[in-house]
Design a binder for this molecule. Structure first.
Ligand SMILES: Nc1ncnc2c1ncn2[C@@H]1O[C@H](COP(=O)(O)OP(=O)(O)O)[C@@H](O)[C@H]1O
Ligand SMILES: [Mg+2]
Length: 246
């Protein structure tokens, strides 16, 4: 019995790993369109400016070079962020939550263009898997954006996303709050179940992956919501990762 138990456990682990990987790839897939768009703009800045550079002199030349520099930097950042995200995990390291949130928001920047993002980010250091924490923030923010778009299909000043990081005793806290459609009690109960989705074409894996990552970091996740008014996710992480972890 013990043996089959272990096999079942291992099978479950393998399945979980596969699903987490699939979800990661799915996110990269949905990002691809945005990424192409994001890279095309700065790329055309460079392409259009190059011939001008040949003729220009003095101040004008300086300006053109600055624009091109900015554009290359932008492309560099996009590529760097994406690689960071897709790359295999580097294991546990000291991670600054402010950094995690900023990188995650940058990865989603093309989807956040008409969202009012309010950040209150303190530097809080935790020992964690950086890529996995980014995945947590990305998955939650991705749903928040969806919820805001459901409520306000157009640009709207109430399309608000609020993100906070702070320390409380020995805990590090990330709060992600949106003013979207909110979560009904029925959905809230099942939100962390694998394959539970209310979206056409949703995977239902995002929140499940979030839950598992938070748990393997020895943390807790809470969901607060008033239907129709938005949702708030509160993640509490220990600043030191418990010894037995991963
Ligand atoms: N911020 C949110 N506001 C409203 N509903 C949400 C929010 N986050 C998650 N949900 C609900 O939880 C469900 C599960 O989310 P998730 O696991 O990420 O899967 P998916 O995004 O593929 O549907 C979503 O389909 C949605 O109904
Ligand atoms: Mg999702």
């Amino acid at each position: 019995i013990r043996l089959t138990d272990i096999t079942a456990e291992r099978e479950k682990e393998v399945l979980q790993e596969k699903l987490a990987h699939a979800d990661r790839l799915a996110i990269v897939g949905t990002l691809a369109g945005g990424v192409i768009h994001e890279i095309r703009n700065p790329l055309s800045v460079i392409t259009l400016n190059l011939p001008l550079l040949r003729e220009a002199g003095g101040d004008e030349k300086e300006e053109i070079i600055n624009d091109m520099e900015e554009a290359t930097q932008r492309i560099q950042n996009i590529v760097k962020d994406l690689l960071e995200f897709v790359k295999r995990d580097r294991g546990v390291e000291d991670v600054d939550l402010k950094d995690v949130v900023e990188t995650s928001l940058r990865i989603l920047s093309h989807k956040l263009k008409n969202v009012v993002v309010e950040c209150e980010l303190e530097n809080v250091s935790v020992s964690a898997h950086r890529g996995k924490l980014e995945q947590v923030v990305i998955n939650i923010v991705d749903n928040a954006i969806w919820s805001l778009n459901q409520k306000y299909p157009e640009m709207n000043e109430n399309k608000i996303l609020r993100v906070r990081t702070y320390k409380e005793g020995d805990s590090a806290i990330i709060e992600i709050e949106d003013r979207g459609i909110g979560i009904s009690e029925d959905v809230r109960k099942r939100i962390f179940d694998p394959f539970f989705t209310t979206k056409d074409g949703g995977t239902g894996l995002g929140m499940w992956v979030v839950y598992n990552i938070v748990k393997t970091h020895g943390g807790e996740i809470l969901v607060e919501s008033k239907e129709g008014e938005g949702a708030k996710f509160i993640i509490t992480l220990p600043t030191e990762l418990p010894l037995q972890e991963l």
